[in-house]
Design a protein. Structure first.
Length: 444
């Protein structure tokens, strides 16, 4: 009898081992059927509401609660090397209170971005360089995340997808809280910034990123930070959403009395910072560490390249986990669609390609932990979202999936007059490849 008992126990153990090995070899099987990987816009909205309920239960950057009401929505197709109908869904919130970008595929984590200000509409020209850069990398992120061989085939058992399961969120407590200002590069912030021709010029994105970081620490103490924060409600120039507003300034003389003392002090801070950075443009980000030390900071940090898959890959996340702040820089590439078309990044409807660089502040980290159970075996997925202040007057500031910034390649940019998409894919031409850079180790 004892022998039979031992034999039965051994069989149970063996069956468990075989089951686990099968799961590992197949990439984590589920017992239930999933007939496809596409997520409809209706299902995506339901998932978004569940996510926002989860976020509303924690103390996120949106101090008045993160719950929003959807005002409109649309779907954007993503051009990739593989055929698969990949897409994401955009949901705008009422009263210009931000927007969400959700995955249209179960193999990609559902929430891609949650902006807390502004809107994103069909046919828009995206002038915010940080947002444009993020959107331009989504195609590569989808392809890096999804095994290409599975784009047109999902077996009857399917796999564990991060789009399913129980999600829990944690908002990292930052050393000195979150950035409260929404500064921009042009008037009135550039009141004291002049070019060689004597005309006012934008202060530069590195200048804004560094100044906004100092506003968090409220250091050096010689400045009236509370007064400057009080008037920093996202002043942006009037006009359409294009780069032309970067060089739009009031006509005639501008006096300190017109601005008021608090805005003048912000302008003085911008000028001091820009002078230390010798221009304050994105390419001047390497001067931020020494400039911060000139302002009295104990450490201005270290500029590192974000090597995809390299040993320094997670240093920015670890820095944010410790409650410290990060300044990012990258080269963006985005496309402006024909007025008659309603989708972004469709290579058949592009008539203009713009390239630029941009620096911005990351002042928070949101961690999403998704747990999926098959029987007694849990599978855990972790995602990290950077809380970005793009230095664009508050527009599109919010939480952005860090893995998207981590993609090796930017968008595929074929020239329809000289190259077909197929030729571009085959020979690698027109692939906008670039790496991000970060400053970590900044200490007051």
């Amino acid at each position: 009898m004892k022998t039979l008992s031992h034999f039965l126990c051994a069989c149970v153990v063996l069956l468990f081992i075989i089951s686990c090995e099968k799961q590992g070899s197949r990439g984590m099987d589920l017992r239930h059927d999933i007939t496809g990987t596409a997520i409809s816009i209706d299902e995506s909205e339901r998932m978004l509401m569940e996510i926002m309920n989860g976020l509303d239960a924690i103390n996120t950057k949106a101090g008045n609660g993160i719950q929003r009401t959807v005002s409109d929505r649309f779907t954007v197709g993503i051009p990739t090397k593989s055929e698969g109908g990949l897409c994401y869904h955009v949901f705008n919130f009422e009263d210009d209170n931000g927007f969400a970008i959700m995955s249209g595929d179960r193999r990609v984590t559902p929430l891609l971005a949650l902006a807390l200000d502004g809107s994103l509409h069909e046919g828009d020209t995206i002038d915010n360089p940080g947002l444009a850069m993020y959107l331009s990398k989504l195609g590569s992120y989808f392809e890096n995340t999804i095994v290409r061989d599975s784009l047109e085939f999902v077996d009857s058992l399917s796999v564990v997808f991060p789009g399913e399961g129980n999600r829990v969120y944690e908002d990292t407590e930052m050393e000195a809280g979150h950035c409260q200002v929404k500064w921009f590069q042009t008037y009135p912030y550039n009141y004291l910034c002049y070019g060689t021709d004597g005309e006012r010029i934008p202060v530069g994105s590195s200048t804004v990123a560094m100044a906004q970081l100092m506003s968090i620490y409220k250091y050096p103490h010689t400045l009236d930070w509370d007064g400057m924060i009080e008037v920093s409600t996202g002043i942006r120039p009037d006009g359409d959403d294009s780069y032309s507003k970067m060089n739009t300034f009031p006509e005639g003389p501008i006096t300190p009395g017109v601005l008021g003392p608090k805005l003048v002090e912000i302008a003085q801070l911008m000028k001091m910072t820009r002078d230390l950075l010798e221009g304050g443009n994105p390419e001047d980000i390497d001067k931020i560490p020494s400039a911060l030390e000139d302002f009295g900071y104990s450490s201005g940090g270290e500029l590192i390249s974000y090597e995809h898959g390299g040993s320094r890959e997670n240093e920015a996340i670890e820095e944010l986990k410790s409650g410290h702040y990060v300044i990012m820089v990258g080269r963006e590439s985005f496309k402006v669609a024909d007025a008659g078309n309603t989708v972004y990044y469709n290579t058949n409807t592009v008539n203009t390609v713009e390239r630029n660089s941009h620096s911005w502040l990351v002042h928070g980290l949101l961690t999403e932990t998704t747990t999926i159970y098959e029987g007694i075996r849990p599978y855990v997925f972790k995602c990290y979202y950077f809380l970005c202040n793009y230095g664009w007057g508050g527009e599109a500031d919010g939480y952005y999936l860090s893995d998207v910034f981590d993609t090796e390649n930017g968008p595929k940019l074929p020239d329809p007059e000289t190259k077909s998409v197929e030729d571009m894919v085959d020979d690698g031409n027109y692939n906008d490849t670039f790496s991000m850079k970060y400053i970590i180790g900044i200490r007051k």
